[in-house]
Design a protein around this ligand. Structure first.
Ligand code: BES
Ligand code: MN
Ligand code: ZN
Length: 490
């Protein structure tokens, strides 16, 4: 999808679809008002009669309106003006993106960025509209036969803004690229998207972006480094585990990098502590953290942000097998600390602990891991927010703020030492599960033992990265939060 800028009057534009917004309880504004004037008040009449809905997120498509050149007009309901805010704004932009995907629309002119949203700038509204539109316009097709009734995606989107706003569109382009990468990787089936596939994608970045290099460690190289915890998780799988290291240098070598680490379990069967069959197919989502850090890395390389960034993915498949690790095993992690395995389904923390130990060789300015770590994250916050944990208030706040700006929100949970005793083991330095209470926090506490002295934050995106059930699929989150954090650091 190509983004362009066009300040011509909305009514005169030759586009296949003009996208405008209308509040429930306020007069039509900007381009919507122009459209209404051009068609002699018909739009206002249709709103009054209820034929055009102004309820928040509702969509109505009008055809061949007199006085308007556009073939169609898509009206987005904005709801009550008092309730309108950044979140509501973001959702109507997504609504538009999804609507255009599901109708045969290949070009559109978007005027939603004209709508006033308190505490926002023109720049933000344009950027957010472009990101949300493109991200919501995505459709998964890779492993499906093309169908006659599949509408082509939007090819070009122009926005009602002047040439001085080009930078906002470029930023949007970069962020949207990251979202789409994350969605596509999350949606790909586990027989395609395995650890080697993730490694190939990373190597592709090194080929296609400036200032990027990639290094892939195989199982032998990881064994040499003592990454026994990570390797244990992948031992039951024929697909070898990989440690993927991507380096983006957008600043001088002396600048300490930000290091983002992703959980890349390309399929989580639970291992010998096998998961129930229902919904198991969705356990391909367990590389959502990896997909997000790879997407974020791509966005950053695409925008050539002036920062140094390292992206590390711990990629493995958790399978039951004669060679699989077992409950009862005691593993010596790369850090030297020993771990008693009580449940092979608590595998994310095992791959991450070694990846986090490895990360420290880069002397990170900030170390952030992103993982679909616990089912308890879904219990705690549902699907609306990623969990943020950090002992560093400033880092937690930076991540929270970034999430708010990108409308990809996080919410903080404590990671107090009070929870640490839940990880006490009879046979090792710790066990890999902390019991029923505070499951997400004890998982974070486990990781904290491998990040001592680091400016570290943990993001549990188990709730935010995937939509369950009928419309199942990746949301690409938290690419928005992470890229905004990096933009703010630049
Ligand atoms: N990837 C899962 C977490 C998960 C499961 C998130 C289902 C969302 C839905 C993780 O590897 C896992 O299985 N965690 C266990 C930990 C438990 C055994 C301590 C969980 O949350 O049940
Ligand atoms: Mn698991
Ligand atoms: Zn898992």
């Amino acid at each position: 999808m190509k983004f362009t800028l066009d300040t011509s009057l909305a009514t005169g534009l030759d586009t296949s679809c003009l996208v405008i917004g209308a509040f429930e309880d306020a007069p039509l504004q900007g381009s919507a008002k122009l459209v209404d004037q051009a068609c002699a008040g018909l739009l206002q009449q249709l709103i009054k009669s209820g034929d055009v809905s102004t309820h928040w997120k509702d969509t109505t498509l009008l055809h061949g309106l007199n006085g308007v050149n556009a073939e169609r007009i898509l009206v987005l309901g904005c709801g009550e003006i008092e309730k309108f805010n950044t979140v509501r704004y973001d959702r109507i932009c997504s609504s538009a993106g999804a609507f255009l995907r599901d109708h045969a629309t290949t070009s559109a002119h978007i005027c939603l960025n004209e709508i006033e949203v308190s505490q926002t700038t023109d720049y933000w509204r344009l950027r957010q509209a472009a990101v949300s539109l493109k991200s919501a316009n995505y459709r998964y097709t890779t492993t499906k036969a093309p169908k006659d009734d599949d509408n082509p995606p939007l090819i070009s989107a122009s926005f009602n803004a002047g040439a001085d706003m080009q930078a906002a569109l470029e930023e949007a382009s970069g962020i949207a690229k990251g979202y789409l990468r994350s969605k596509e990787l999350g949606n790909l089936p586990p027989n395609i998207c395995n650890p080697a596939y993730l490694a190939e994608i990373a190597q592709g970045f090194a080929g296609s972006y400036k200032n990027v290099s990639a290094e892939i460690l195989d199982e032998d190289q990881m064994a040499e480094l003592g990454m026994t915890a990570l390797l244990a998780v992948g031992r039951g799988s024929k697909n070898g585990s990989k440690l993927i290291i991507l380096n983006y240098q957008g600043k001088d070598e002396e600048t300490r990098p930000i290091v983002i680490v992703g959980k890349g379990i390309t399929f989580d069967s639970g291992g010998l502590s096998l998961k129930p069959g229902l919904n198991m197919e969705q356990m391909k989502f367990d590389m959502g953290g990896a997909a997000s850090v790879l997407g974020t890395f791509e966005a950053c390389a695409n925008m050539q942000l002036p920062i140094n960034l390292i992206c590390i993915v711990a990629a493995a498949e958790n399978m039951p097998d004669g060679n699989a690790y077992r409950p009862g095993d005691v593993l010596t992690s790369m850090s030297g600390k020993t771990i008693e395995v009580l449940n092979t389904d608590a595998e994310g923390r095992l791959v991450l602990c070694d990846a986090l130990t490895y990360s420290q060789k880069f002397n990170p300015a900030a170390l952030i891991d992103v993982a679909t770590l616990t089912g308890a994250a879904v219990i705690a916050l549902g699907h609306h927010a990623s969990i943020i944990m950090s002992k560093h208030d400033d880092l937690a706040e930076e991540l929270m703020n970034a999430g708010n700006t990108a409308v990809d929100r996080g919410w903080r949970l404590p990671i107090w030492d009070d929870y640490q005793p839940q990880l006490k083991s009879v046979f090792a330095d710790m066990k890999n599960v902390g019991g029923m209470a505070a499951g997400s926090i004890t998982a974070g506490c486990f990781l904290s033992r491998f990040t001592e002295g680091q400016r570290w934050a943990h993001i549990d995106c188990a709730g935010s990265t995937w939509i369950w059930g009928g419309d199942k699929g990746s949301t690409g989150r938290p690419v928005g939060l992470l890229t905004q954090y990096l933009i703010n650091q630049a």
